[in-house]
Design a protein around this ligand. Structure first.
Ligand code: PLP
Ligand code: COI
Length: 342
């Protein structure tokens, strides 16, 4: 990769970091952390990750702060979530300690690729665990590799922090009612590519999925959680089929800090007619305000932002979270970890 990076024109496209890390689980235990400059891996062609989707992953960001410190945001929460995901599909879980040591190591090794403060960019880390035992029967692996790769990234949406329309369709579900929706399993994303492509072709930024059982309640918004502001209340769906988003949990806390009420509950699609603001949220985009929700099956349109501007509470939440991530405001909730680069 070039030494000269135009940080402010970075998008969410993948720019391989100089170094990645690997750790193998064999004979019932995790081995040493291996450092690699190779962006490829060698796998048995019968590995269970390839045939049976035995794969889990994570995504977290590192920020160069206003005060010169480099910070990881809630990395232990990402560690706990990949442990949960791994256990759900019978994979050996990493430990929080191993996960966090690998985050610190990949950051130090790739220090030159951490976008400087003020560019709006960040350093994205993508941990992924694969089942690598060769099997022809539908059986789980007993050997695993935990890989940590990274990329400097810019904003997820080129348009930046401005509202976009999303759509509801009953034609596609992201996950099954008693399936793997609450875990970050690679297989959850495969069919969502089809729904996402359909939405993009129709001019929407993503699909707002309904709960897969009754198709009455709001679930997730593409690969992100969903929240809305209704009067003085932050509302967000409660469902067994959505991923517990760390960004959403952070917004719930920040909303409480701002004196808002917080309700995590089932939300009927029709309730969208009564909300003042709405947004998708996740690590990649932080918050992506929603201008309108079109129900493709009934033709009903829920206009959230008639002037096409982000709502004041969504804007405040977005800025509060970014200010903590970039070390501009005190981290009163202990969400960040300063990583010493030496
Ligand atoms: N929902 C799904 C399906 C996701 O893939 C993600 C991204 O990780 C999120 C929600 C947002 O979660 P987080 O805020 O932890 O990034
Ligand atoms: C997020 O981080 O918000 C995501 O949606 C993850 C996605 C890029 C897989």
């Amino acid at each position: 990769m070039d030494n000269e990076i135009d940080w402010s024109s970075l998008t969410f496209d993948y720019t391989p970091a100089d170094f990645n890390l690997r750790c193998h689980f064999r004979d019932g235990e995790w081995g040493e952390i291996e450092v690699s400059t190779d962006n490829e891996i060698s796998l048995p062609i019968a590995a269970t990750c390839l045939h049976y989707g035995q794969e889990v992953f994570e995504g977290l960001k590192i920020f160069a702060g206003a005060d010169g410190h480099v910070r990881a945001f809630r990395m232990a929460d990402n560690a706990r979530r990949i442990i949960d995901s791994a256990e759900a599909v019978i994979m050996a879980p990493v430990t929080v300690d191993l996960f966090c040591r690998m985050v610190e190591k990949i950051v130090r090794l790739n220090a030159r690729l951490i976008p400087p403060y003020g560019t709006g960019a960040s350093f994205y880390i993508r941990p992924v665990e694969l089942g690598i035992t060769p099997q022809i029967a539908v059986r789980h692996s007993t050997e695993f590799v935990f890989i940590m790769m990274a990329s400097p990234v810019g904003p997820y949406f080129r348009e930046g922090f401005c509202p976009t329309p999303i759509c509801v369709t009953r034609r596609y579900d992201r996950v099954a009612p008693c399936g793997t929706g609450r875990w970050k399993v690679g297989g959850n994303y495969a069919y969502s590519l089809t729904a996402g492509k359909m939405a993009h072709e129709l001019g929407y930024s993503s699909v707002l999925y309904l709960d897969p059982k009754e198709k009455k309640y709001l679930d997730e918004c593409g690969p992100a959680n969903f929240f809305a502001i209704k009067g003085d209340t932050y509302i967000t769906p409660k469902s067994d089929s959505i991923l517990p988003s760390i960004t959403n949990m952070s917004f719930m806390q920040l909303a409480r800090d701002m004196g808002l009420k917080v309700e995590q509950r089932r939300i009927l699609l029709e309730e969208l007619a009564e909300v003042d603001e709405a947004a998708a949220c996740g690590t990649a985009a932080v918050a992506a305000p929603v201008s309108r929700v079109d129900d493709l099956d009934t033709g009903r349109s829920y206009v959230i932002s008639p002037d096409n501007r982000p709502g004041p509470i969504t804007t405040e939440l977005y800025h509060r979270l970014r200010a903590i991530q970039y070390g501009e405001q005190p981290d009163t909730h202990g969400w960040t970890t300063v990583i010493d680069l030496d």
